[in-house]
Structures are given as C-alpha cells and as structure tokens.
Write a protein that binds this ligand. Structure first.
Ligand SMILES: O=[N+]([O-])c1ccc(OS(=O)(=O)O)cc1
Length: 541
C-alpha cells in the first residue's frame, strides 16, 4: 500500500511561468514524474476549491461555494457534514496515518478551530485565521492545542519543519501507510482579514530571498494589458492599466517568485528525508499542485483570481511515484475532483459512488487502459475581489458568477462559458490561447464546425454538468444520449444530431448574479434527452 505526500501551494499560476523559477519542482517533480499540463481547479477560489478537492465532489454538490459565510468557509464545511466524510477520514478508515500542516481552508479561525475540531488527522499543525496569511507572524495550532503566534519566524519554514517532523513520525510507524498534506501559503498575497473587508498586499518573501529576480517582470503575453477589452460582464469596463500600476504589478510578481523559493527549499527538505529512506521513497507518491491559479495584468485585470480565464483555472499538477512515467508531459484533461479518486485507486480503496471525478491515469498501467473524459467543469459564484490597493479605487467587481466548461479533444480545445449576466463566451484555445476573440454568435468555424453547431452541443453539455452528480459529471454524454452511442463532443457533432441540439437544447440561464449557490437564481432548465423519436430527423445512418 503506497504512501502519499501532497504539497498544495496557494494561488500559484502556471501561465505566468512561476514553475520556471522553481528548480526543485523541475528536478524533483518534472524530471522524476509526470506533468499533467491540462489540469484545472474546479473553482478558482481557495475554500470552494479545497473542499471540492478534499471530497472529490464538484462545488455545486459540496455547496461550499465561497470563502466565507453564508456560502462558504470552515463552518459551512462542518454544516454540510464533511467533517466525518472527507479524504483523511476515509484514509484513516483504510488504515492510513494522516498528517497535515499549513492552510486548511478559509474560516478555520481562532473562533472556529476548536468548535468543532477538524477530524481525520493523526498529526496536524494548521495555519489559523486571521494569522494564516501573515508571513512573519503566523498563527498556528499544533494537534488542536491553543493557537500561538510565531513572530519573526517565516511561515513556509514553519510548515517545512512541521512536514519533515510528521514525515519522521510516519516513517517511525512502518506498519501503517501514510498521507501527509503540506500547504504553505506562498505565493498568496499577505492578506489582512478579521475586521471588515479583507485587504491584500503583495506576498512577503523570506528575508534571504528578497534580493532575487530584480529585473524579472510579468510575462508580456498578447493578453497582457491589451488594447481591446474582454468580452463579458465587468471585463468590458476595465480600463487599461497605467505605468504605475504595471510597475506595482511587476513588483508583486517578483515577490511571488521570491516567496516560492522557500517552497523549493521545503521540497528539498522532504526529498532529502525520503532519500535517506529509499524503501519509503520507492513506495511514496508525491503530488505538487495549488488550489487555484492567478493573473496579474492579463485582460487588464489587477492581481487576483476567481475568473474563468485560463490563467486562473489551468494550474500546476505534477506527480511522481511507483509506476509514474518520468519526465513525461500529458495533455489528458483532469481536475481537482479527480485527485481523491486517483489516490483511492493507487491505494486500492474502492471508489465511492458520490465522487464527481474519475481516476487520472498517472501510472503506466493506468495509461494503458485510459478512457478519461475530455471535459472539465469549472464553476464560480460571487464577486471578483481586487487584490493590491492601487487599482481603480474599487475593492471588488460584481457579477462574477459563471459556469464554464473546457473541452479538450484531439481536434478541438474549447472554452465555453455562460455568465450570470447571460452573456456567453466561446474561445478556440488552439488558435487563440490568450482568449482575445470571443467567437460566440459569430460566423466563424472552429475546425470544420460552425459556431452554431458547437454552441448548441456545448449548451446541452453545460446544462447536464451544472447539476450533475457522480457518473453524470464524468460521462455527461451518456445522460444526453441514453443509447450510449455518443461518448464525446465529436460524436455529438454528427450532423444527425443537428436539429436535436440546435432546436432543443437551451443555454444555461441566470435570473440574477448570486453571491453563492442559490438554486432559485440559476434557471431550472434541464437538458433535453435524445430519444429514438428524433431518428426521423436523421440524415445519415
Ligand atoms: O475575504 N477574505 O477574507 C478573503 C478572501 C480571499 C482570500 O484568498 S483565498 O485564496 O483564501 O481565497 C482570503 C481571504
């Protein structure tokens, strides 16, 4: 039975190239394991993302859809009953010793961490709000003891020491397999919470890294502060950033890279401890990922997350361990809901019916029988929080609720979204990876398919996914086509189904921009299910 070490950073980007500045991620993960290049979070916000990850469920099923009350935060996690029904509890029941250090989720705070205690951990050392994001004065609670502050000590170094200590404990209990969760705060902003609206400053690196990367700037990609504005909701009203704001952004970016150097050191410490115990190393899967992505200046946005742009949703995911190909890069799409099913598979634990994700083919053996689905469902509820304090004089933008699906097949790579303003977006991610041209309602084609044919199918898909549970989330086309003859978008694009989709599937609709999941605001539409009665419309077969 294998062990797991799961490292999850906070707000780390893939698309701003942060991994390029982490030689230890390159050396110990990219070279020793596989990079899943098309891995996505299910919600581009910490608490909903982490609860989705830890339960294997889509956020619309966890009903933890925000960072704070009433729709999210630790108290919501408790109210939804997950304290007895999530990853570490399941692993303990399967015979694992479990350990965790770092950030658990928003709202795991001085007033809630003992009320009730979080279950499932044999050993724990949690960052506790409002001290979670204070890099040189973290608040932590060890094994549920009264929380204390660590003035003058660096947060990521504390997490690193706790992680290595738990690794020693785990190695000293050789009769039980182990899971260790390691959740440093980098490269999250230094966030002041606890009184009124949260305030976000640049992350604070360890003093020993403050001098690094003096000339590095945010990559000037085609979507960096472009001449034209975005296409939906508040994106349309964001003005171009001025030079002061760009300089501020570049400084923010450097501090993120600097703060990640301590994470590299944390990786080195864990790997050296494992290398001193080769039999443990050979039986341990290590994962490196983050909760959600991040943008700085793309589409003119200030620093932040929570959007449906690729920078916020497509995130680092590396795995190494027994049977995992080394130095490999995979384009098989996957998401955070797939992680717990994958751990279960590797541990030989039967999969739960209520998982909304499926096993990622991480080993050679799993790759041989791979039939992973081609889509990823991404959801968001609530406002866009502006990080940094020099932007637009606003602390948030309203109307950020949206539903989004990424479909990544051999012949297409699509991003389709419906916003709570009932605006739509459709991007051809092969020819427009920076999402500069919204093709929805245009006369364009993607591949040989007209936009109208594509969007009709994507409407059916999104209607199916928005309330899906279990297998419907991973095999939505089975739900639309009960005869099982349609397995992916390409099958559904058969002209035989044109009228069925174009005349009978409606777009997802919203009546209002909710601040969390409020079903009455989301439209009661269900997809129409294909039936033999449509056969009279067939042009082929
Ligand atoms: O509103 N807050 O308190 C808040 C919001 C976002 C946030 O960042 S996140 O990465 O934890 O979502 C932290 C605190």
């Amino acid at each position: 039975v294998p062990n797991f070490i799961f490292i999850i950073t906070d707000d780390q980007d893939l698309h701003l190239n942060s991994i390029d500045y982490q030689p230890s991620v390159q050396k110990h993960f990219a070279q020793e394991g596989t990079w899943f290049k098309k891995h996505f979070c299910t919600v581009a916000l910490c608490c909903p993302s982490r609860v989705s990850l830890l339960t294997g469920k889509a956020a619309h099923n966890t009903n933890v859809t925000d960072v704070s009350a009433p729709y999210g935060g630790y108290p919501r996690f408790i109210e939804e009953g997950f304290n007895n029904d999530y990853l570490p509890v399941w692993l303990q029941n399967a015979g694992y010793n479990t350990y965790y250090t770092g950030k658990m989720m928003n709202g795991h705070s001085l007033s809630t961490y003992n009320n009730p205690r979080i279950n499932g951990w044999n050993g724990s050392d949690f960052l506790i709000d409002p001290g979670t994001y204070i890099f040189y004065n973290a608040t932590m609670s060890r094994n549920h003891d009264p929380a204390k502050n660590y003035p003058g000590e660096y947060s990521t170094d504390l997490i690193s020491a706790a992680a290595v200590g738990f690794l020693d404990d785990a190695i000293n209990a050789p009769d039980r397999p182990f899971f260790i969760g390691v959740a440093p705060i980098a490269p999250h902003s230094e966030t002041i919470t606890g009184g009124g609206a949260a305030r976000f400053n640049a992350p604070v690196p360890a003093k020993r890294h403050e001098h690094l990367f003096p000339n590095v700037t945010v990559p000037r990609t085609p979507n960096f502060n472009p001449n034209t504005t975005g296409t939906a909701s508040y994106f349309k009203s964001i003005r171009q950033l001025n030079q002061t704001e760009i300089d501020y952004n570049d400084d923010w970016y450097r501090k993120r890279l600097q703060s990640l150097q301590s994470v590299d050191e944390l990786i080195d410490s864990i790997i050296s401890r494992l290398e001193a115990n080769p039999s443990v190393l050979n039986n341990t899967y290590l994962i490196y990922t983050t909760d959600n992505g991040y943008h700085i200046g793309q589409h003119r946005l200030p620093p932040g997350k929570s959007c449906n742009i690729e920078e916020d949703i497509n995130i680092p995911f590396f795995i190494r361990g027994p049977g995992v190909p080394k130095g490999a890069v995979q384009n098989i799409p996957s998401s955070h809901t797939d992680i717990v099913p994958t751990l279960f598979e590797l541990a030989g634990i039967p999969l739960r019916e209520d998982f909304d994700g499926e096993v990622i083919p991480v080993t050679k053996e799993l790759l041989e029988k791979n039939d992973k689905s081609e889509h990823v469902n991404i959801e968001f509820w609530g406002e866009y929080l502006v990080e940094g304090n020099t932007f637009f004089g606003e602390s948030f933008f309203p109307n950020n609720t949206h539903k989004h699906v990424r479909v990544i097949g051999e012949d297409y790579d699509l991003a389709y979204a419906v916003w709570c303003t009932n605006e739509h977006e459709l991007y051809d991610m092969i020819n427009d990876p920076y999402q500069l041209t919204n093709l929805y309602n245009s006369n364009a084609t993607i591949g040989s398919w007209p936009i109208s044919s594509l969007s009709a199918r994507l409407n059916g898909l999104l209607l199916t996914l928005k309330r899906c549970k279990g297998r419907t989330c991973t095999r939505p086309w089975e739900k639309l086509h009960l005869d099982g003859r349609v397995k992916n978008l390409k099958d559904a694009l058969d002209s035989k189904y044109d009228k069925f989709y174009e005349q009978h599937q409606h777009p997802v609709t919203f009546s209002e921009c909710g601040l969390g999941q409020v079903l009455s605001l989301e439209g009661a539409l269900e997809p129409v299910v294909w039936d033999e009665k449509w056969d009279e419309w067939s042009y082929s077969t």
